[in-house]
Design a protein around this ligand. Structure first.
Ligand SMILES: Cc1ncc(COP(=O)(O)O)c(C=O)c1O
Length: 381
């Protein structure tokens, strides 16, 4: 066998090479048979698998404590892969109002396909048991939730799901594996928008699903069928982002707690939600299921109107007015106008996304610089 051109003398590159090949020359019919029979791992066609992507999957699986991981084109692709892999007509799923807004759009497709949906307020998550039906197949949870940072008890959700043999899926994008490991709390699957803190630099889109090898095989089948395989270049950027992930997550949590403590003192801020504050209704549960702090996500209402919230954001100098989260830069947005835009207006406000609610995603800048920016902007309204 000729030597590997990348490692002719055994020295390995410190960075996983970007394999842009979509197609691979078969070494032999025997190798083709071994790959298609699943006897060996090998690469034949990009929609099936790619070595750069596979490497990042193994890193994320380890971070979440799972056996394996599927990486795909975006966080919503990951969530949709989960829905399409496990739900059938006649199944029932429990979703929370306070999850990322695009789920609402996907839920319309699921309903059209015959899936029955119960929407719950995350504040009422202790009543999940009352909504379980014999055909409940899945409970999908975000904790902390997007955008209101509500906390759902993952262990209690597992116990409720067990009464119907339902799956528990946890979107861990807000918490990140630095603060929360849902598989250890009873989740069957963890999903991520890896576009956010895992990537961390606003330069790639990716989704990840982590779980057992058995789940990996099922999800792989769907991804291969519909073709949402991640691209090698973005996977390489994701691998690079993961190298600094823990450092960034640590700093974001420090900044999150500092911002929450500061904002709590302002008369212009109301409904402040940060799970690290003892007065947060979910603090006790968060303290039990999270670790290393409480993350970098906050939400709060500014002044008394959307004009106040806009004036506040316009007065910020260091913090960026932008959607997305988990980046090196601190980002702020009005969810009513952005992440929840897909929902009918009355649906946004009924579960607590007010016209003047803002979502703050802490970055890794020096804490004092961010607090000074918040202080200056609050003074301007
Ligand atoms: C909690 C959460 N899950 C999923 C998604 C979807 O991720 P993506 O934008 O990568 O599709 C987002 C996007 O903001 C999110 O905040």
């Amino acid at each position: 066998m000729s030597p590997d051109p990348l490692t002719p003398y055994g020295n390995k590159p410190m960075v996983t090479p970007i394999v842009n090949a979509v197609n691979y020359e078969y070494a032999s019919f025997e190798v083709l048979r071994q790959i298609t029979d699943g006897e060996i791992d090998g690469y034949t066609y990009h929609r099936d698998d790619n070595p750069t992507v596979r490497n990042v999957e193994k890193i994320i699986a380890r971070m979440e404590g799972g056996e394996d991981c599927i990486v795909c084109t975006s966080g919503m692709a990951a969530c949709s892969l989960v829905y399409f892999t496990y739900l059938s007509a006649g199944d029932h799923i429990i979703l929370f109002h306070d999850i990322y807004g695009a789920h609402y759009k996907v839920s319309l497709i699921l309903e059209r396909m015959g899936v029955e949906i119960t929407w719950l307020d995350a504040d009422d998550s202790s009543t999940i048991g009352e909504h379980i039906k014999p055909n409940t197949r899945m409970i999908f949870v975000e904790s902390p939730s997007n955008p209101l940072c509500k906390v759902v008890d993952i262990r209690a959700t597992r116990a409720a799901a067990d009464t119907a043999g339902a799956m528990v899926v946890v979107d861990n994008t807000f918490a990140t594996p630095y603060h929360q490991l849902p598989l250890t709390l009873g989740a069957d699957l963890v999903v991520h928008s890896a576009t956010k803190a895992l990537g961390g630099h606003n330069d790639l889109m990716a989704g990840a699903i982590i779980g057992s090898k058995e789940h990996y095989d099922k999800l792989w089948f769907t991804r291969q069928a519909i073709g949402t395989t991640h691209d090698a270049y973005s996977a390489s950027l994701l691998e690079r982002g993961l190298k600094t992930f823990e450092l960034r997550a640590e700093r974001m949590a420090v900044n999150g707690m500092a911002a929450a403590r500061f904002l709590a003192t302002s008369p212009k801020v109301s409904r402040l939600s940060y799970p690290g504050l003892p007065e947060h209704p979910g603090h006790a549960v968060a303290a039990k299921q999270m670790k290393n702090g409480f993350g970098g996500m906050l939400s709060f209402d500014v002044g008394g109107s959307q004009e106040d919230a806009k004036a506040f954001i316009n007065a910020l100098d260091v913090i960026y007015h932008a959607v997305s989260l988990g980046a090196t830069e601190t980002l702020i947005c009005i969810p009513y106008l952005t992440t929840m835009l897909y929902l009918p207006p009355e649906r946004r406000t009924t579960f607590g996304v007010n016209l003047n609610t803002v979502r703050l995603s802490m970055g890794i800048e020096p804490t004092e610089r961010l607090i000074a920016d918040l202080d200056r902007a609050l003074a301007a309204i």
